[in-house]
Ligand binder design. Structure first.
Ligand code: SF4
Length: 352
């Protein structure tokens, strides 16, 4: 295989012409002209991109940076507002850590993100991948940034046949060996772009690849089969109930979920625990109706099937759980609760 330095230079040439235009990115041309990346934008985008696609994140990123253009502005935001804007990105622990991190950076570090992976790792919500990405992209440090795209490219370029996740350490080592000292931030983004746009999971476009001459998987005709993966156990299904009640004055009965755990700190419809059967007591005595439709939603570790019960509630009632919200903003609900609302609205009315 060609020398790592030559491969890096070939990839950077390709990146200079084909870099994706992303709202948080400083283009290679601007970088050459001396424009520095904003560490706040790099951090925000990387936290949003954890387990979410670039396409899904772009609108959220733009909205967040319009509302909160600096880390200090985000640190001063109300928790509920940030959680509401986050709805739809999933994994609410990330949003809670985002706020915590913004507050630490503002209160303890004068609004400046640290520039080493060790110090970045000490901040809330920043793990090995995100610290490497921020150090490389925002501060041009030669850190190996290894996401799923990079793993795929490394597995193919070096023809690593061991399956994931066992192969992770080897893929990381290969990525580290190849990281150049010149333009490491652009290089990190270039490998990611190559994986996202050329060396794609199902049908790599090897004819367009700057590494086609060196790629061992291509030479062996096994590119689309790599990286191999160990078979995953199937996701279990859980069942639950959601009680969607609306008072005569139009207020909705909602319940704030505990801070810890799934959808922590978010508003949702009252209901029981999610388990092997759909059960849970209503939050208030009323004429609850089964609308005969259910929400299906997939979380990281399980599928959920949520049965729906709706009721028009009397103006004077005292629920055992939850609180009445007069001005419901459906978009502030997490996706699973929003899906339930969309089904129940036909029965109870309410804003779109
Ligand atoms: Fe991926 Fe093909 Fe490039 Fe190899 S030659 S890195 S398989 S796109």
């Amino acid at each position: 295989m060609r020398d790592a330095g030559i491969l890096a230079a070939e990839l950077l040439d390709w990146y200079d012409q084909h870099a994706r235009d992303l709202p948080w990115r400083v283009s290679p041309a601007d970088r050459r002209a001396g424009v520095q990346p904003d560490p706040y934008a790099v951090w925000l985008s990387e936290v949003m991109l954890q387990q979410t696609t670039v396409a899904a994140v772009q609108g959220y990123f733009t909205r967040f940076t319009e509302l909160w253009p600096t880390v200090e502005a985000l640190a001063a935001a109300e928790d509920a507002r940030v959680m509401g804007e986050w709805a739809g990105l999933g994994y609410y622990a990330r949003a809670r850590n985002l706020l915590k991190c913004a507050r630490v950076v503002t209160a303890e570090l004068g609004g400046r993100f640290p520039d080493t992976i060790e110090r970045l790792r000490a901040l809330p919500g920043i793990g090995p991948y995100t610290s490497a990405a921020i150090a490389a992209i925002a501060f041009d440090r030669p850190e190996a940034v290894v996401d799923g795209n990079v793993e795929r490219v490394m597995a193919r370029l070096h023809r690593i046949e061991a399956p994931l996740p066992k192969a992770k350490a080897e893929l990381r080592a290969r990525a580290a060996e190849m990281t150049p000292l010149a333009r490491p931030g652009d290089y990190a983004q270039a490998v990611m772009d190559l994986g996202a746009t050329v060396c794609t999971a199902r049908s790599p476009a090897c004819g367009l690849c700057p590494w086609r001459g060196a790629c061992r998987a291509r030479a062996a005709g096994v590119a689309s089969g790599l990286p191999r993966r160990m078979a995953k156990p199937p996701k279990p299904t859980r069942w639950g109930l959601a009680y969607i009640g609306r008072r005569a004055d139009g207020a909705w009965l909602l319940e704030r979920r505990p801070d810890r755990g799934l959808l922590g700190g978010m508003l949702g419809w009252p209901g029981g625990d999610w388990g092997e059967t759909a059960e849970g007591l209503p939050p208030v005595a009323a004429d609850w109706r089964d609308i005969g439709a259910e929400v299906r939603h997939t979380f990281t570790h399980f599928h959920l099937r949520l049965g729906l019960r709706v009721a028009n509630l009397p103006q004077h009632c005292e629920p055992a759980r939850g609180e009445f919200i007069a001005a419901l903003e459906p978009d502030d609900l997490p996706t699973v609760m929003r899906k339930a609302y969309d089904l129940a609205r036909a029965e109870l009315g309410g804003p779109v």
